[in-house]
Design a protein around this ligand. Sequence first.
Ligand SMILES: Cc1cc2nc3c(=O)[nH]c(=O)nc-3n(C[C@H](O)[C@H](O)[C@H](O)COP(=O)(O)O)c2cc1C
Length: 356
Amino acid sequence: MDWRNNRLCELLGIEHPIIQAPMAGATSQEMVVAACNAGALGSLGSAEYTSEKLEAEFAYIRANTNAPFNANFFTHDEPDIDAEKGAAARKRLAPWYDEYSFEKVPEAIPSSRSFNKEICDCICALKPAVVSFHFGLPDAELVAQIKAEGIKILCSATSVQEAVWLEQNGVDAIIAQGFEAGGHSGWFMDRNGADLTGMFALVPRIVDAVSVPVIAAGGIMDGRGVAAALVLGASGVQMGTAFISAPESLVSDVHKNAASNASGDDTVHSTAFSGRKARTIVNRYALEFADVKDWPDFPIGNTLSKPLRKASSDVGSPDAMALWAGQAVGLNQTKSTAEIIEDVVAQTKGILGNMG
Ligand SMILES: Cc1cc2nc3c(=O)[nH]c(=O)nc-3n(C[C@H](O)[C@H](O)[C@H](O)COP(=O)(O)O)c2cc1C
């Protein structure tokens, strides 16, 4: 079985069926180049980038690799500006700002916009090989515009229902994102109060339900995880937490230290940082707000918490930071992006080779 000779590699034009996950605030242009040059698909976490920033990062990447790469965007509903929820959130955060920063709690306004026509025009002019979306797809006209340029579209799904809808609405491959995954869950359809699903339970059911290639995400840190995902029927994997401590990662040393010391049994989904469920290493902030449900809509929480998160990091304290990491963070290593990919490829080859 040649695990690298598969539909996903063919679709995306890559050597190994491994995607370095887009991670807003963590992935750098240097990480994308390193991942691409190691034969994986490098991904820019560009959800909060302006057109100018996108152009600059694309120029750097293209000057340093000829390989295909991915640019990732968020596709959330624009938030309701609810004055009461905003005031309650600001009141809750005031003691934290008093403790960590001389600044006032920011106004409760959105930190960034969802993927829109302006960014779509920019992306269609820049033409990356791949665009990926988190929290669902943009409007059908924008999807059609991207597809008309020959750009491949990926999107995260957290349920079979979402995966089927994504296939019907034009995606070229589906990222099956399990409960284990670090950072924001990409859920976008109501789950009637049910929990998110783990990667092992999600991947084979999505593989059975759609005909496009499926990419497994959540808890995959080494060749064992890649081999398991492929045996479950995935055509490839997307790995995020594995790269957060790499020298090319933009997260602070406080975040990297927390990741090095975390076991993986110490992460939690929290809505208190952004307004949407995201997996972080447990800290004082996540614990204090664990039961609070009425945060302003995403991404207003980012505006409210970002200066505090930075102030906490600046004084070397993990207590008020968003320490995004997945449930397998205990397997995290401080290696370069290229070394991580080389090791994962060698381990996977060893395991699948031995299976005959
Ligand atoms: C620090 C961090 C930031 C993330 N930011 C994004 C993002 O901007 N866009 C996105 O689609 N996924 C984001 N994710 C989720 C990843 O794409 C992926 O689903 C996840 O990392 C897979 O699980 P793992 O972390 O266990 O490997 C992020 C994950 C982490 C750890």
